[in-house]
Design a binder for this molecule. Sequence first.
Ligand SMILES: C[S@@+](CC[C@H](N)C(=O)[O-])C[C@H]1O[C@@H](n2cnc3c(N)ncnc32)[C@H](O)[C@@H]1O
Length: 463
Amino acid sequence: MHDHINSYTPHMRTYPQMRLVYEAMIRENTVADEPHAPHIKIHSNDNDDEDPTPPWEFYYTNHMLLSPSLSPPSLLNLTSCACPPGQCHLPKSSCPCRALQQSHTGAYDISGFMYDPSGLLKKPGLPVFECNSLCGCGEECRNRVVSKGRKCNVMLKKTDKKGWGVFACELIPKGTFIGIYSGELLGHEESEERAIKYDQFGRTYLFDIDWWYIDAELDAKEAKEKQQKHKETLKSTEEKESALHEQTPIDVDLDSPRSTVDRGNANVKQAKPHSISSDSDSDSSSSSSSSSSSSKPKRRPSKYTIDAYHAGNFTRFLNHSCDPNAALTPVYIDVDEIERPLLTIFSKRHIHPHEEITFSYSGDPDVDDDDEDGDLNKIHPPTPKRGKHVPKPQYNNPNPNHHHKPRSSPNTNTNTKTKTKAETETETKTKKKKKKKGKKGDARVHVDCECGAAKCKGTIWRQ
Ligand SMILES: C[S@@+](CC[C@H](N)C(=O)[O-])C[C@H]1O[C@@H](n2cnc3c(N)ncnc32)[C@H](O)[C@@H]1O
């Protein structure tokens, strides 16, 4: 289909009827996984230029396509439940999925599952563990939202300055599941290679899966293993020593130098390897979030990256805003690997009809953590967890050209209307601000932000 369309002359591709073909293509590729979802429309601009549709350069899918270098997700250690239908969420339930969720988000004053009775997300950005295909709880379980597919009504529309964007067709309540950032799932090396290639033609749809809690969880796991090893070493040393003591009995006098040595051993026994955080040596099923709250997680290169360039869905057209109305949230469904969540988008406030849906590409804590309820401090303990660890685009895009034929980039201001004095002054101020932010020798290229937010930082990527 794509090859067929791409074989058309540039002029043929500008026919307004192409919009209908595009809409039909989306429906055809998604009917199996979101049969009840409202159809995605392509908005027709009054001043239709040569772009009636978004580019045909990618395969439309809601699924993650696995790179041949990766193995399929493992279900071996997948937590699942056998709760009676509709009972997982009950306060007295012993649902293991609920316990797993609680162990990750209980420290954030969120009890039970991450969804409220209407299926709205209680707080974006925290990991969500949905009931999965091994669970016996059935379709009506409250802990299944992403797995049931998109319900919200969105359209694709060309913006003035940012290329294509995604807009709400009707009110999208706060906490609504919008979509999965689908595409190819790549391993680290492959994504590095692609980043270099894409850099050459100035595009990126690459997102690293590198949330803070993933590092924290891996740190805690490593620390636990180290501690276990340490305990084993101590045990064998003690065994050797007690064998020695049996041969040469000593009087236990707490003030004698010898007993200091013994107490010294006791201290060694209690001591933790340097990197162990306070909670990680407890034998209880301590939460990964609490276990890491006292130490800064070690930054690790992300194991996986999502590339929505060759394959993806409407979410690849979501633009950045410094005051976004949506946010990324990691969701686990049929996978037992902490580094491999789905990257999903949920609304973080009510989104009104015709409003553009945006999220932050920068992952800045002051962008993603702000909360209109003002309960941020209550929900996010003051730990080094948040902020830079929110998935971020892997590299920057200097001059993206998202269109099938050469044209001005989405970043270029094609709006030819005469600027007012105030507009010119604001622009000059913004440019000064941007100049200050650029780092010498930073390989990442600055992209002017056109989000139009009052608190716009002037750039779409974090500097
Ligand atoms: C993932 S794509 C988003 C969809 C894109 N508008 C398109 O037409 O394909 C990211 C690119 O969109 C553009 N973009 C997104 N948000 C922007 C913003 N706030 N200001 C300027 N350009 C933006 C940039 O060119 C960026 O590299």
